[in-house]
Ligand binder design. Structure first.
Ligand SMILES: Nc1ncnc2c1ncn2[C@@H]1O[C@H](COP(=O)(O)OP(=O)(O)OP(=O)(O)O)[C@@H](O)[C@H]1O
Length: 586
């Protein structure tokens, strides 16, 4: 029952809804006492031959009015309690969503998408059920149970004790089933997460699966997971199915005892027929509270397992947060890295070492180096996707540490086009305006022009209104990259980060994009990481990274003249281009 205490924060926030709802439930319990009592009176009048037509009509009218009032009250409490639960579900989903948006990439590295989806759907639904059906069954089983049993005791306390003798059996069965259900439900939810995850991965990677002809293998995988979900859900259903028959047997036993012993009391004159009829009708009314009691354990077990999972998830603190002293001022000016060393969380190997680097405002920095040399990591540190720990160094923008400003302020000063361009299932215009939703159409068109995607968009069936991404027109790798660049350019931020974003773009288009950036971003800083050295030839400063350290730095000319790694890489790439264009003359 702890889950009700856990949910107290929500009940407290809606006191009227819950107090009125519970009072109405109690009223229904009291009203339900009237019809059996009247039936008993009618029977007594019948046996004593005192029943008149007028009396019978009055009695029937009371029963009818009671039924109508009960009908209205039942409708009202349903709206109050079930409406509250829907609000709770919506709030939990929003909290989870907000929490997910604060989480660092590391969190998503560890958590599976399917798991997170299961938390936001199945678990939230189970908690919602606890706040609606759980509250209903708890209040109803207690109030109706207590009211009916007390009234029965007034009729004949001995018969009440005898007819309730099987009850401890029910308490035992329900507790035992509840425990079994808890464990099985947990396993079933985990299996559901697994299958969610698999489907998500399969759908995202469908092209790779097809290209490698692995559909059959994937299908077998899916069938195995699906069988696992079925087996575990059936295990839950098996216990679920035990609840009703067990309760029915116990209720039946109760009925048998009350009628057998009650008839004996009637024969011996210690109970009249009308009271025995009322008593038996009341016993019938106990079936629901008893069933509700059984359901209650079932609902609460599910709800508490789900609440635990959601609570655990919400308790994970975001790795990157605003520092207590952070100010909400967008930083501006030269960018300075002073990184002694940086290791990714849960990893001892330094990915960056001794990075001392300054980029004057308005300059372009080119970062080159082999794959895995640390280019992206440098950008992710500037974006604060990961934080340097105390003693690991600092990053400044215009003499202000990036840790002394809020994350919002920092990210307003940076526009980022990542290595894997992500396209949302929305229109081209919405995709480009993602970082500036209030952008005008002209601004969007201009950004598209600068990123050399305008012509492509004009060829799309509905131009800028064409839906792209998974649920729309498929884009080529180069088109995705250019939309991602247009998105970053539209932000007009002081610092632009391009992380190998031109890799799928041909040489002519690349030159156009770089020229546009140069012309349109005067006075603002651009950082370009790339494998293709030609991309950063024009940069004011180029650094060559190797195993996380800067091994060479300078302009294209000075590095070429140095004849070192840069020169070597550049020459190789020149040769590759010549070979691609038809070979070298010997
Ligand atoms: N989240 C992470 N946790 C642990 N190690 C990581 C993580 N991300 C990257 N690395 C490691 O850090 C090193 C540098 O990676 P990074 O992505 O910065 O290289 P890169 O130069 O951008 O490579 P590429 O050119 O292939 O994009 C690599 O060895 C990589 O395996």
């Amino acid at each position: 029952m702890r889950v009700f205490l856990d949910l107290m924060w929500f009940f407290r926030r809606h006191p009227t809804r819950y107090i009125v709802g519970i009072l109405l439930l109690m009223m229904v319990a009291l009203l339900s006492l009237i019809p059996p009592r009247i039936v008993g009176l009618i029977i007594n009048n019948l046996t004593h031959h005192t029943l008149t037509r007028g009396k019978l009509y009055d009695d029937l009218l009371i029963i009818l009015i009671t039924a109508l009032v009960t009908y209205v009250i039942r409708y009202l409490w349903r709206i109050l309690l079930f409406g509250g639960a829907i609000q709770l579900g919506a709030e939990l989903r929003t909290r989870l969503y907000d929490h997910f948006t604060l989480m660092s990439p590391e969190f998503y590295h560890h958590k599976r998408i399917g798991d997170l989806m299961a938390h936001s759907t199945n678990d939230v639904q189970a908690i919602q059920d606890t706040a609606s059906e759980g509250v209903l069954t708890l209040v109803d089983s207690i109030t109706t149970g207590t009211v009916v049993i007390t009234t029965m005791a007034f009729i004949n306390w001995k018969l009440t004790i005898i007819s309730l003798l099987p009850m401890p059996l029910m308490a035992y069965a329900v507790t035992r089933y509840g425990k079994m259900l808890h464990n099985r439900f947990y396993l079933a939810q985990a299996a559901f997460s697994d299958i969610n995850d698999r489907v998500q991965e399969y759908v995202s990677g469908i092209r790779v699966v097809r290209a490698f002809g692995q559909e059959q293998w994937e299908r077998e995988n899916f069938v195995a997971l699906s069988r696992d979900v079925v087996n575990k859900s059936v295990a839950v259903a098996r216990i679920d199915s035990l609840f009703d028959p067990t309760i029915s047997v116990i209720v039946g036993l109760s009925y048998f005892l009350s009628i057998a012993v009650g008839a004996w009391f009637v024969v011996h004159g210690s109970l009249n027929l009308g009271s025995l009829t009322t008593f038996t009708l009341y016993l019938g009314q106990l079936i629901w509270p008893m069933l509700a009691f059984g359901f209650l354990f079932n609902i609460v077990e599910r709800g508490s397992a789900s609440y635990e999972r959601v609570k655990h998830l919400l308790a994970i603190a975001p790795a990157v947060t605003n520092r207590p002293h952070a100010v909400d001022v967008v930083p501006t000016g030269r960018v300075a890295f002073d990184i002694h060393h940086f290791c990714y969380p849960e990893n001892d190997r330094p990915v960056l070492k001794d990075i001392v680097l300054e980029i004057e405002k308005g300059q372009t920095l080119g970062i080159v180096g082999r794959t895995g040399s640390g280019k992206t990591t440098l950008m992710r540190l500037l974006l604060r996707e990961f934080d340097l720990k105390t003693g690991e160094g600092d990053i400044l923008i215009g003499n202000v540490s990036i840790y002394d400003v809020t994350l919002d302020a920092l990210r307003q000063s940076i526009a980022y086009a990542p290595q894997d361009a992500f396209i949302f299932s929305e229109t081209v215009a919405q995709n480009i305006a993602f970082g500036k939703p209030d952008a005008t159409h002209d601004e969007i068109v201009n950004a598209a022009y600068l990123a050399s995607i305008l012509e492509d968009v004009q060829q799309f069936p509905q131009g800028f209104e064409t839906v792209v991404g998974e649920r729309g027109t498929n884009l080529s790798g180069g088109q995705k990259q250019r939309i991602s660049i247009a998105r970053a350019l539209l932000q007009n931020a002081e610092i632009l980060l391009l992380d190998d974003t031109l890799s799928a773009v041909d040489a002519r288009t690349e030159t156009h994009i770089l020229d546009s950036i140069k012309k349109n971003r005067q006075g603002r800083t651009t950082i370009i990481a790339t494998h293709r050295l030609r991309t950063v030839e024009h940069a004011d400063q180029i650094i060559v990274l190797e195993n996380g350290t800067i091994v060479e730095r300078g302009t294209h000319e000075s590095l070429w003249a140095l004849g070192g790694r840069y020169w070597d890489m550049y020459r190789r790439q020149q040769l590759e281009t010549q070979v691609e264009q038809g070979g070298i003359e010997v």
